[in-house]
Design a protein around this ligand. Structure first.
Ligand SMILES: Nc1ncnc2c1ncn2[C@@H]1O[C@H](COP(=O)(O)OP(=O)(O)O)[C@@H](O)[C@H]1O
Ligand SMILES: [Mg+2]
Length: 421
């Protein structure tokens, strides 16, 4: 494939522009389709970084692992660590000895199976599959990710990898995950990469692989989900599959439609690994600038308190998203996701600092700090929110026992909870 390939970006059934990437100059380009600009519809799909102008726009500042040289809104369609590992494994097994793939080429594999509503053309023809066996996927993944240390014995067929690549490499994040769709009437489960009809419930499933850590992180995430539900924090309906895998309904597939979504990082070009840009204040400012309804600001505050109290330090800029309402040409806060205790309890972390700072701080955050943030963003009743969030602490143990999370895990995680005083 040509190194200087140009690809078409589509949204809601129309071309909105083209994106290019010059490997030698390590520069990307975006140009709006003139008809899309002139139509003056969906004017807020990319509120930052890309300007609503006809000429080609050049991007040189997004080099590095996070955006891989692309405009951040486009880079948001690429996977992170997990998806890239699987993609690479499959690509190498099916294109023996071929050169490295560019991020832009990778987008042609994302094609119409990406998260959100952005689609890319040309589409790489990949055979469709109709069945899915979660058990088999788990066992292939344990080998691909070297969890079983059987690499030398492994003989993974291209087909097995293909099946996982298709449903496992669209979503971001580090944890192993796949996309599936479950028929609302007969419960039939099919691959979730292409299907988006209203006859199905579409899930992102975080798979429980045997990591040899002695407990199940997906169960922990499920208990955290239950806690958010006690508190009225908005999350998509979620459940455990086969009692061990965490499945959450997709907010970017609703009522048989694809929804345009971007992470806080993809919207703004703030690198989620950059300390300077990673603060709750920035997420609040972004939400205000996007003119989300006031209730979303209030909700964001509750999530901040929840993440602080329950030790979710991994609440970075890609773990907050916004969802575009195409009828109103307006943005809302997306439902919460990746709400869990993120660290391995077997490891002794001596210094853990949270991803998003609060009132300029990453540790020893106290009541005064969160009240100052409330003041700055006109949050109503912050003390009441803190009290409410802390009131569900006892439920952690209760719900964890119900699904047989080991006592040592319950205790270790509870020790990380932060009581705001
Ligand atoms: N319910 C959901 N609907 C749609 N997209 C989701 C949902 N949950 C997560 N995502 C997207 O998938 C990505 C990976 O999910 P996440 O739970 O953050 O996994 P990880 O623990 O690997 O980071 C998120 O960054 C988000 O963009
Ligand atoms: Mg995540």
């Amino acid at each position: 494939m040509a190194a200087n390939l140009i690809i078409e970006v589509q949204l809601f059934g129309q071309e909105i522009g083209k994106v290019g990437y010059d490997v030698d100059k390590r520069t990307s380009y975006f140009q709006y389709h003139p008809e899309f600009l002139e139509s003056n519809t969906y004017t807020k799909i990319f509120p930052y970084v890309i300007k609503r102008i006809k000429p080609v726009q050049v991007f040189t500042q997004y080099e590095g692992e996070t955006f891989r040289g692309l405009p951040p809104m486009i880079a948001d369609s690429l996977p992170d660590l997990f998806g890239n590992t699987i993609f690479k494994e499959w690509f190498e097994s099916s294109h023996q000895g071929s050169k490295k793939i560019t991020p832009l080429e990778q987008l042609t594999y994302v094609a119409n199976r990406g998260m959100g509503a952005l689609e890319y053309k040309p589409v790489q023809p990949i055979p469709k599959s109709t069945t899915i066996d979660i058990q088999e996927i788990v066992s292939v993944l344990e080998q691909v990710l070297d969890l079983k240390k059987q690499r030398s014995e492994k003989d993974l067929s291209e087909l097995a990898l293909l099946n996982i690549f298709k449903i496992g490499t669209s979503a971001g994040g580090v944890r192993p995950k796949i996309l599936i769709s479950e028929h609302k009437e007969n419960g039939n489960i099919i691959p979730g990469d292409l299907e988006y009809s209203g006859d199905y419930r579409h899930y992102l499933v975080k798979l429980n692989l045997d990591e040899g850590i002695g407990y199940n992180r997906e169960k922990v995430e499920y208990v955290y989900y239950q806690l958010t539900q006690e508190l009225g924090i908005q999350m998509m309906p979620s459940k455990l599959i086969q009692g061990i895998h965490f499945a959450t309904e997709r907010y970017d597939r609703q009522q048989g439609e694809k929804k345009h979504v971007l992470t806080a990082s993809g919207l703004t070009g703030w690198d989620f690994k950059s300390v300077a840009e990673s603060s709750y204040e920035n997420v609040f400012r972004l939400a205000l600038d996007l003119r989300v309804p006031y209730k979303d600001i209030q909700e964001l505050y509750k999530r901040m308190i929840f993440n602080l109290v329950f030790g979710n330090v991994d609440d970075h800029l890609k773990n907050h998203s916004f969802i575009y309402n195409k009828e109103k040409n307006a943005w809302n806060l997306a439902p919460a996701y990746d709400i869990t205790y993120p660290l391995n309890i077997n490891l002794n972390f001596t210094k853990v600092t949270r991803a998003l700072s609060i009132n300029g701080k990453r540790d020893n955050i106290n009541l005064k700090d969160v009240l100052e943030v409330a003041e700055e963003f006109a949050i109503k009743n912050p003390k009441g929110i803190v009290k409410q969030v802390q009131s569900v602490i006892p439920q952690w143990r209760e719900y964890a026992i119900e699904i047989n999370i080991p006592e040592r895990v319950i205790v270790a995680i509870q020790e990380e909870f932060v009581l705001l005083k």
